[in-house]
Write a protein that binds this ligand. Sequence first.
Ligand SMILES: Nc1ncnc2c1ncn2[C@@H]1O[C@H](COP(=O)(O)OP(=O)(O)OP(=O)(O)O)[C@@H](O)[C@H]1O
Ligand SMILES: [Mg+2]
Length: 137
Amino acid sequence: MEYDTLFLIKPNVTSRRKIGEILQIVEKNGFSIEMLRMFQMDMAIAEKFYAEHKEKSFYHKLIDFMTSGKTVAAVLHRTNAVPVLRELIGNTDFRQARVGTIRFLYADSITRNAVHASDSIESAQREIGIIFPDYIK
Ligand SMILES: Nc1ncnc2c1ncn2[C@@H]1O[C@H](COP(=O)(O)OP(=O)(O)OP(=O)(O)O)[C@@H](O)[C@H]1O
Ligand SMILES: [Mg+2]
């Protein structure tokens, strides 16, 4: 099945001029970029986006980081987009991430882990709605 997922390039990477390299990796792996946006998350967007983590110990650190600089957001389209992109980005903890994955290559810590990818089709639809409210599929 072909469908969309949401991808974010986080502030630790946008500040290091690695945006082009990472977009090249996703395109080389068969993803088509349907929407693309660069912006700095404000508190309202970050809190809405990460609402499921509100009670977690790392929540404030995560919100501080995500609002600290620019994020690149993309709607990516591919066959089996969600599991394929999750595989390509690697484990949340970069020390456990498979060699060659985006987090293996670009993460600085568990929080500053370079990228985000939606973890289900339902999450993808919710997250695309937050970042690209005007996107018509
Ligand atoms: N134990 C932790 N310590 C610090 N930060 C964490 C920890 N766990 C998760 N985070 C941060 O919170 C984000 C969301 O956590 P989640 O469990 O949804 O991981 P994920 O689904 O792999 O990552 P993402 O949602 O960003 O794709 C992580 O990407 C990371 O930046
Ligand atoms: Mg997640």
